[in-house]
Design a binder for this molecule. Structure first.
Ligand code: ATR
Length: 288
């Protein structure tokens, strides 16, 4: 944790509501300490009606930058001076960087997902299947477009999958298709798939026994699973995949890498990813 705050200490904030259960302060402060920076990463809980003033305050107070989490990721889009391509395409800002008094909004979930995928030794060059069409799925689809030849988005509410396809598929070399998340469509989507990503919120603590997987579909042993859920570190779906002989990775790597990418942008330096991972695991154990 942060050893001391001096008159020169600079602040990085976390805009969210609530912020109590976030592991980002533990993860970022561990990395900040390891880098020897006189910085402190602090939670800035802000209710939805206060977000516009809070973003202006980042500038007034001269913060280094901030992370943005639920429920403000979309609300921040029109409040910054400039947006990165990723933030614009995903439609959400998770990182704000202050440069010469200007606010730059970015989304590090895209790079975080790709790094975590690579680190897990999983590639998505052919067909990738994504379960879910919410905020997390948007970042995943935006990332997969860079490497996959085809993305199939399956969602409980098919209209949401279709509208994501309309937005993400346009003008792409990569084919993007949408369908309902049910046994028949999943079974045919899995045919020749090289990766499955769970981007639904199903299986997250405290509902650890739930799974988005339809009954009567066997998990295919040749399709690696990347589950965005990181708490618990083994979801019911991951367990099912592993029992079938498939490789399965949790969302911890993505959590760590999106955080590392934010810190890289704020500091211009290379963070110690293993320090961040250890701090994250400790914070999750302390919370769970
Ligand atoms: P996030 O930002 O974490 O993606 P979200 O935007 O609320 O959160 O999206 C949650 C995703 O999980 C959605 O794809 C949602 O499906 P719907 O669009 O049909 O709501 C999916 N999801 C949530 N609960 C689910 C459940 N019980 N079964 C299947 N999918 C579920």
């Amino acid at each position: 944790m942060v050893q001391r705050v001096t008159g020169r200490t600079k602040l990085v904030g976390l805009l969210g509501w609530p912020t109590e259960h976030s592991v980002s302060p533990a993860m970022q402060n561990a990395a900040i300490d390891a880098m020897g920076l006189d910085w402190c990463y602090v939670p800035l809980p802000v209710p939805p009606e206060g977000i516009s003033q809070a973003v202006s305050a980042l500038r007034a107070l001269g913060l280094v930058g901030a992370n943005v989490t639920v429920p403000h990721k979309q609300a921040v889009l029109p409040l910054v001076d400039e947006l990165s391509e990723e933030a614009r395409v995903v439609g959400a800002v998770n990182t704000i960087i202050l440069r010469d008094g200007r606010l730059f909004g970015h989304n590090t979930d895209v790079a975080g997902f790709l790094r975590a995928l690579r680190e897990a030794g999983m590639a998505a060059s052919g067909r990738a299947v994504v379960l879910g069409a919410g905020g997390a799925a948007r970042a995943v689809v935006c990332a997969l477009r860079q490497t996959a030849s085809e993305i199939l988005i399956l969602n409980r509410t098919v209209e949401r999958a279709k509208s994501l396809v309309d937005e993400m598929g346009e003008g792409q070399v990569c084919r993007v298709l949408g369908a309902t998340l049910e046994a028949g469509s999943l079974q045919s989507a899995l045919d020749a798939a090289c990766l499955l990503v769970n981007a639904t919120s199903v299986g997250m603590w405290p509902y650890v026994d739930s799974s988005p997987w339809p009954k009567d579909v066997a998990y295919p042993s040749e399709v690696p699973l990347f589950d965005l859920v990181y708490n618990p570190q083994e979801t019911a779906l991951m367990r099912m995949a592993r029992e079938a002989g498939a490789r399965a990775e949790s969302g911890l790597g993505m959590l760590v890498h999106q955080g590392a990418e934010s810190l890289r942008l704020w500091s211009g330096r290379e963070p110690e990813v293993c320090v961040m991972r250890t701090a994250c695991l400790e914070a999750l154990e302390g919370d769970g």
